[in-house]
Each structure stands twice: as structure tokens, then as C-alpha cells.
Ligand binder design. Structure first.
Ligand SMILES: Nc1ncnc2c1ncn2[C@@H]1O[C@H](COP(=O)(O)OP(=O)(O)OP(=O)(O)O)[C@@H](O)[C@H]1O
Ligand SMILES: [Mg+2]
Length: 267
């Protein structure tokens, strides 16, 4: 993969210092996030899990620079985030593929938008990512010809094609059925083991959070605060779905669940 490949695996660290967010609404100010301080290591996979409305999307939107923090500071690498940050990939809950472009053209969209050259190099990178994602043979098909899981894999390829040092994923598998979701978890682990960029991954699913991550950030009800930060280094990598049967895995899942039970978020 040459020059493009050599830029891979250089994830950037992310730092949040006392970050809070208050939205101004028609009913007055609404505190969404409360004093979040956090350091994500370069190349780390961080899962963020918390109840609906606790500010998870708010948090990653602020990291992306699309939404300003009310107070506190955010750094990606050495750069303070003050405007939309361009060196990142973003995967949303609903894939946003363009139905009039082929799968390959969808994956190459960020390359075109950013006017990156040489396009031929990225074309090969896109083809490699699609292959890695089990989408060989679908490069010239259109999104409406694909299943939901396949479409979401195309979205992931698109987010990765420029080798962004930071990948933000906001409940990317929320709309998928349980079986496809398991497969996507497995696929994502395989892909990330090769790309090793820094990932912030939001989910409601405790199992998914633990399976994917190096650490899991557990958030409180709104206004979102950090309840705990679990280090999963005891769950060895590379991981396959089989790891979910191990006592270590189940211990961490129980730990997160207990945190929610103690907070009255789960009963
Ligand atoms: N633009 C906005 N204006 C006003 N309030 C907002 C805005 N965006 C989000 N909120 C509120 O801020 C809180 C946090 O929202 P956010 O979308 O970050 O939650 P979340 O944790 O991602 O929830 P979910 O898991 O349901 O996606 C919610 O109470 C929401 O209603
Ligand atoms: Mg959200």
C-alpha cells in the first residue's frame, strides 16, 4: 500500500480538560456534560457507554470541533480543537452513503473532498479496505443493493480511507440486528488491529463496549460525568468473539452493569 499505508497506525492522543457543555434551549440552559477530564492514548480504542441523553454524542461532537465546549479545553495531538477538525473519520449510527455513487466511489468521497493526491494510491487503499471488510466483488455495486451491515462496513471503509489518526464512531451498529452486530464487532476488531488509529466508540451495548476496547469510559445520567474508566488490558488481543466466554470478559461486563445498577440507571 506504499506511502498511504505508511501513514497508518499513527493515532493521535486526545485530551479533555474539564470539559462541560450547556445547551441554551427554549426552556433555558440545559447542562448536558459536566467537567469531563480524560486522556486517550495514541492508538487507543476507547469505548464510551452511558444512558441515553447523558451527553455521549455531545462529547464526540466537541472532540470533532463541530460543537464548541461551554468550558474546558480539548486537544487532539498538540492541537487545541477550536474549529472542525479535518484529520478524523466519523461513522454515524445511520450510514450516510450516496445512493448514486458506487461503493468504491462512496469510499473515495473524502479523498475527492479533500483533494488528496495521488488518487490512484487511495483507490488501491479503498480496494484493500473493502477487501478487508469482506466486500470484494461489491466495489462497483450501489449502496441500495447492499444489506444494512454491508452499508455500515462501507461507511467504516470511507472513514478509514484517508488513514485518519482519529476515528469517531457514534453508535455505528445501533441499527443492526444482533447477529450482524456481532459480526461487525468481530470485523471492526480485525480492521482496527491493522490500522491502530485512536478510536472513540460510543455504544449503549456493554458487551460491545468491552469486546472492542482498551478502556471503557462509563458515564452517569445527564449531565454526563465520568463514573469509571475500566482498563481492559487483562483481555488479551488479538480478540475473537470467543473471548466473550472467558471469566475476564464477563468480569468487566458485570463491573459496568453493577456501576449502572448502583447509579439507578439499571435495576
Ligand atoms: N442542540 C441541542 N440543543 C439542546 N439540547 C440538546 C442538543 N443536543 C443535545 N441536547 C440535549 O443534551 C443531552 C445530551 O444529548 P446527547 O445527544 O449528547 O446524548 P447521548 O448520550 O448521545 O444520547 P443517546 O444515547 O440517546 O444518543 C440530551 O438531554 C439532549 O436532549
Ligand atoms: Mg447520541
Amino acid at each position: 500500500m506504499g506511502a498511504v499505508e505508511s501513514k497508518l497506525s499513527s493515532g493521535l492522543p486526545v485530551r479533555l480538560d474539564g470539559v462541560s457543555k450547556t445547551y441554551e434551549t427554549s426552556n433555558g440552559p440545559m447542562r448536558a456534560l459536566e467537567d469531563v477530564s480524560l486522556q486517550v492514548r495514541e492508538g487507543e480504542f476507547l469505548s464510551i457507554v452511558g444512558p441515553s441523553g447523558c451527553g455521549k454524542s455531545t462529547l464526540v461532537m466537541m472532540v470533532s470541533g463541530l460543537l464548541p465546549a461551554t468550558s474546558g479545553q480539548i486537544f487532539v495531538g498538540d492541537e487545541k480543537v477550536q474549529k472542525p477538525y479535518t484529520k478524523l473519520g466519523f461513522v454515524f449510527q445511520q450510514d450516510v452513503l450516496l445512493d448514486w455513487r458506487t461503493v468504491l466511489q462512496n469510499v473515495l468521497l473524502p479523498v475527492e473532498i479533500k483533494h488528496l493526491a495521488p488518487v490512484e494510491l487511495y483507490r488501491q487503499k479503498a480496494l484493500d479496505l473493502l477487501k478487508m471488510s469482506g466486500l470484494s466483488g461489491f466495489e462497483q455495486r450501489y449502496p441500495y443493493e447492499l444489506s444494512g451491515g454491508m452499508r455500515q462496513r462501507v461507511s467504516i471503509c470511507r472513514a478509514l480511507v484517508t488513514s485518519p489518526p482519529l476515528l469517531l464512531m457514534d453508535e455505528p451498529f445501533g441499527a443492526l440486528d444482533a447477529l450482524t452486530r456481532e459480526q461487525m464487532n468481530s470485523d471492526l476488531v480485525q480492521i482496527w488491529q491493522q490500522t491502530r488509529n485512536t478510536v472513540l466508540f460510543i455504544t449503549h451495548n456493554i458487551d460491545e463496549a468491552v469486546f472492542l476496547a482498551d478502556r471503557v469510559l462509563v458515564m452517569s445520567k445527564r449531565p454526563g460525568r465520568i463514573l469509571s474508566l475500566l482498563d481492559l488490558k487483562d483481555i488479551p488481543r488479538p480478540r475473537s468473539l470467543k473471548v466473550k466466554d472467558t471469566p475476564e470478559f464477563q468480569k468487566f461486563v458485570a463491573n459496568v452493569r453493577d456501576t449502572f445498577v448502583n447509579q439507578g440507571i439499571l435495576s
